[in-house]
Ligand binder design. Sequence first.
Ligand code: TYD
Length: 212
Amino acid sequence: MDTEGDLLLITIEGIDGTGKSTLLTGLKSQLAELNPIFTREPGATWVGEAVRRAIAEQIDPITEASLFVADHAAHLATVVRTALAKGRLVISDRYSDSRFAYQSVTLKGIVPDPEGWLRAMHDGWSITPDRTFLLVLSIDDALLRLADKSGREHFEKREVLDAVQNNYLAYARAEPSRFVIVDAAKDKEEIANFVADAIRQIVKSGKEGRKR
Ligand code: TYD
C-alpha cells in the first residue's frame, strides 16, 4: 500500500456497538472549520448496496469479502483519491482495517491465511490511513449497546466481536504510530472532544511539515 505524501486520511474503527456513529456526529459539528469530507465503508457508492444485500442474505464468505473489497475500490476511486488530491481532509467511518479485522474471522477455515489473503487483495493500490482512531469497549458493553438494535447482522455475535476486537488490538500493537486507542466506555462528549483535538493537532503538524 502507498501513502500519498502529506495528504490526510483519518479513519475511525471499532467493533459494532462502540459508538462510532455518535462519535462521527460529534466530529461533524466540532471539526466544521477544517471542512473535512466525511465518508464511510461500506456504502460510499452504490457498491455498498450489494454489500448490504450480501450481509443480509449471509451469502458465502468469499463473495462477501470480495464485495467489501470492491466497495473499498469504488470508494477510493470516486471519493477518497479525488478529495485527497484536492488537499481535503478525509475522515472515513470504517476502512481497510475493518476488512482485515472482520473478514479474517469470517474467512477462517475457508482460505488458508485469511489476513494474508485480505492484505494481498489491497496491496499496491489501496491507501494506508495516516491515523486510525480505534474505539475499544468490553464485549459485554458492546453487546448491551447492540441489544436494542433490530435486525442484527451476523457479525454481531459475542465470539465474532471478541475475535474482531482482538485483531484490531493486534494491528494497533503492530503500528503504534498510526493507531490511537480510544476508551469507548467514556462519556460521548469526552470522546468527541479528545478525537477532535487530536485531529486538529494532526492537521496542524501536517501543515507545519509541508512548510519545511
Ligand atoms: P457499518 O455500516 O459500519 O455498521 P452499522 O450496521 O453499525 O452501521 O458496517 C456494517 C457491518 O459490516 C459491520 O458489522 C462491520 C462490517 N464490515 C466488515 O465486516 N468488513 C468491512 O470491510 C467493513 C467496512 C464493514
